[in-house]
Design a protein around this ligand. Structure first.
Ligand code: HEC
Length: 156
């Protein structure tokens, strides 16, 4: 009898100890995903490219895109605009990877497939900056999995 009570108390003490041990570990476990969210943005509103990168993209745009899409990204005779309400309506709620893939695989339309992944990311950065999306501190990467997680959305 007294053995059972003692073991009951020990069991209870063990249960409390393991609960508080789990409790002590929770903040650590929660800190890891929070930290990775900070480096992996989920929206173009979070500053997903750098100003330097957009400048590189601007130079590339002038050389390889402007002939069709216009100096001011307003579109041309055949090519659609790459900035403004029509463009944003096309892409709102789409993953940034879709825009990247369109640029990387299909553009420039008369010479498709000639952009390196880094050049395509630079061009996308320029298009984002031209559409008033904020710059951040790091370059936009050309990793489709990372871009897939970033949603194109217009400010509400
Ligand atoms: C020879 C003309 C031409 C050149 C050069 C060109 N494009 Fe295009 N682009 C088009 C046409 C035409 C379309 C529409 C048909 C299509 O989507 O393929 C288009 C579509 C696009 C779209 C999709 C727009 C939308 O809202 O659906 C993007 C983004 C784009 N181009 C980016 C670029 C970038 C960036 C460059 C430079 C690296 C570039 N294009 C160079 C002709 C061109």
């Amino acid at each position: 009898m007294s053995f059972r009570i003692t073991s009951g108390i020990l069991l209870a003490a063990w249960a409390i100890a393991s609960v508080s041990a789990t409790g002590a570990q929770e903040p650590q476990a929660a800190a890891a995903p929070a930290a990775s969210t900070a480096v992996a943005p989920t929206s173009v509103l979070q500053g997903v490219y750098s100003t330097e990168q957009a400048k590189r993209g601007e130079a590339l745009y002038a050389d390889t895109c402007a002939s069709c899409h216009g100096d001011r990204l307003a579109g041309g005779e055949m090519a659609p605009p790459l900035s403004g309400p029509d463009f944003l309506a096309n892409w709102d709620q789409q993953p940034l990877s879709d825009l990247y893939v369109r640029v990387h695989e299909d553009m420039p339309q008369d010479n498709a497939g000639t952009l390196t992944p880094a050049q395509a990311a630079d061009a996308v950065a320029f298009v984002l900056s031209a559409n008033q999306f904020p710059a951040g501190t790091a370059d936009l990467v050309s990793d489709k999995d990372v871009l897939q997680a970033i949603k194109i959305e217009t400010p509400k």
